[in-house]
Design a protein around this ligand. Sequence first.
Ligand code: B12
Ligand code: SF4
Length: 505
Amino acid sequence: MRILLIYPDHLPGVSDYKGYFYQGLASIAAVLLKEGHDTRLLHQTSSPCFDGYAKTLHSFQPDIIGISTTSNLFPMAHQFAKWSRTLAPQALILCGGIHATLNAEQIIKLPEFDLVCEGEGEIALAHLARAVETGAPWEETPGMWRRTHDGSLRRNPAPAPIIDLDTLPWPNRDLWNYPNLQMESRGFATVMLSRGCHQHCTYCCNEAIAKVYRRDNAKHPYFRQRSVTSSIAELKALCDRYPFIKAFNFDDDNFFINLPWAREFTARYPTEIGLPFTCNLFPKLINEERVDLLARAGCLDLRIGLESGNERIRKEILGRNISDEDMRRAYRLCREAGIRTRSFVMVGIPGESTKEILDTIKFVAHERIGIAQYSIYSPFEKTALHKHCLENGYLKSEFRADKDYYSGSILSLPNLTKKQILMFRRYFPVLVTIYRLSQNLPDTIQRVCMTLLDNIFSWRWLPHALNPLSGGLKIVKHLIPARLNRNRIHLKKSTSVRPATAPSP
Ligand code: B12
Ligand code: SF4
């Protein structure tokens, strides 16, 4: 079977974007190649064009076209499906990925898709390819949604999710422009050693995905992890194969969530791999032991979801039961252990006031937190906060597709105007700097200054003056040399500490 996998990965806001290694699709590709299918990848990192795509289809003549999509890139995925219908009428067209998993029932109504995959694609796609190859009825492929002849919608029960991740072949990197991708071109190899997460944050897709995964397999554990032995073996193979690797970027939702696994990993990684790494960890899980393990293993940079610097917003709206004190402690422990931190923050959260957004800005300023990403909150379908937005009339349409999470809020919130949300997003780093500077003033002046700043930035009409000027910020940003950007991780030459000959496991 000839299978074309399409990965829309166009981030319009990111200049000179080289594309990101996507573990999910790389894993599917590895399984299909292992099954003997001629598999290709179209990694679309720029705006697609009809003629270019026509050439790809003409030279490859795929039997199956599998398009992956996140919510923001669904319009591009849909565009590819429409073009495929015209250019390759013989091919089966299917949609998969996070957005497909959360919205399968809506997507299958679109005539350009023959099937929509809900959940993990490895078993489902391998099954489909085999069925098409042998002439068996592909309509019954497990985990897929389809339209029947009478136009009604059917969902085929999902296959059991993959419990033992060690049974999967290692994600394929050969189909990618591998050493030249966004992270890889800076010396980082992206890897994921687990799937899922134990937490229940109301804005995150994980809980909604877990529900989908459990629908036909009620007792299935959503969080799964590869064994340390299999993980180290892949990391070692990557180092041997790609000399450019100077560090690893572990994209797992919560890297050291499982303490026994973290202990075993830390006992082996420094001697067997020995490269610095970056990873994510839920702040509530950051304690002395995890920080000590991370530092000993070689963690260079820890990404922490702060999301909001206001305790009420975190606890009541975002479902993250973390006090301000816990948050501060997490950053302090990392600082003391010499681990650099960067955080994710959002503005325009339902129920948030200007004062609460300023709390986030002040928290970041006070704790001197590096920022990994500051975005505008956008509700993902099937999450608890999406439901809350619909019930309260903040969101007008249930099935929405916003292009990015930076250029404007899709919510109509009672306490914040869209212009205010945009202003706080655009000027976030500037406001952090202003508050940081004012924190250096003597106490009484500082108090007066803070009150003044709070009043100025809460003024409803300020965005009308500031938003049109924000183009200037972009110019200033471009003028700052990349090496001075404190929110980016830089590898020093000396950070490579891999022993010349690593002992075998
Ligand atoms: C690595 C990562 C990235 C990478 C790669 C993007 C990508 N496509 O995943 C980068 C850094 C570019 C990125 C950016 C963004 N990301 Co991101 N990212 C992740 C992360 C941490 C891991 C993805 C992964 O590999 N998962 C592991 C694999 C095994 O699971 P999977 O992705 O679900 O894939 C399986 C199935 O979905 C299915 N499948 C996937 N594709 C296909 C295709 C076909 C044909 C079939 C049949 C099946 C199928 O099979 C796969 C294997 O089992 C996830 C969180 C997570 N844990 O998944 C967030 C996540 C995907 N990102 C998210 C977001 C919001 C973003 C950004 C919008 C952030 C921003 N503000 O800019 C951007 C969007 C950029 C983009 N290209 O779409 C959200 C997406 C929510 C949504 N509804 O779309 C997630 C789910 C985080 C979250 N918990 O909310 N991200
Ligand atoms: S801890 Fe992170 S990955 Fe886990 S549910 Fe919360 S936001 Fe999602």
